[in-house]
Design a protein around this ligand. Sequence first.
Ligand code: PGA
Length: 254
Amino acid sequence: MSRKKIVAGNWKMNLNLFEGKQLVADVLQKSLALAENTEVVIAPPFTQLELAATQLKDTPGYLLAAQNCHQEASGAYTGEVSASMLKSVGVTYVILGHSERRQYFGENEALLAKKVNAVLANDLKVIFCVGEVLEVRDANGQNELVNQQISGGLFHLDAAQFKNIVIAYEPVWAIGTGRTATSGQAQEMHAYIRSLLAEKYGAEVADNTSILYGGSCKPSNAAELFACPDVDGGLIGGASLVAADFAGIIEASR
Ligand code: PGA
C-alpha cells in the first residue's frame, strides 16, 4: 500500500495577499516534521497562488492547490482560470466538486467530469470532493449519493489516471458547522468509497487512493479521525486559517 497521508487547508474566499503571506509564513515557521509519505497542501485563493508557491518551494512535502478551475483550455470565458494557468504558477492539486461549488455555482457531475479531464490533461492532480446534505443522511441515502457523485465525476477515467486522484469525503452537514462526523461515520463511508474503487478498478487502485475527511476537522478531533484505517488525512476549512490549529492538525497526522 503506497497511498499518501494528506493534510490540505482550503482557505475558501478568505484572507488578502498580506494576511495570506503571513499565514503561510507562520505555518512554515513551525518547521513541523512530516511523517514519511505525508503531504501538506495549501489551497489559497487564486490571487495568492504565485506568492504562496515561492514561499513553499524550499519546504519538502508542502504543496499548493487551487480551489477550482475552468473546464476549457483557454478562450473567451471572462473571469475564469484554466488548469494550464494554474500549472504555470506552481500548483500541484486542484480541488473540484466542493459542496460550495455544487451548491452556489450549480456544478454537477457532468461539468465536474470535464474539469477533472482538464486538470489531468495538464499533469495536475485532483482533490475530488463528495458528500451528502443532512436530509440525505437522515434518510440514510448517503451511500447512494456518494456513489453517484464518484461514478459521475470520476469513473470515466482509466485505472492509470487514478494515481492523480484524491477523494475528499465531506458531509455537508459537518462543513463549517462545528458538527464533525464521528470517526465511525467517517470510517464507514471511507471504507464504502474504497469498496467502490475496488469494484471498478481493482484492489491496487483502491489501496493506493488517498481518501480525506473534511468537515469541522480540528486539532482536538483530527487524531481520532486520522487513526481510522481508511481515513488518509483531512481537507480542512476554518481551522486552516489559524496557523496554530492547522499545525495541530498536521501534527495529528503523524
Ligand atoms: P470546515 O470546512 O473545516 O470549515 O468545516 C471544510 C471544507 O469545506 O473543506
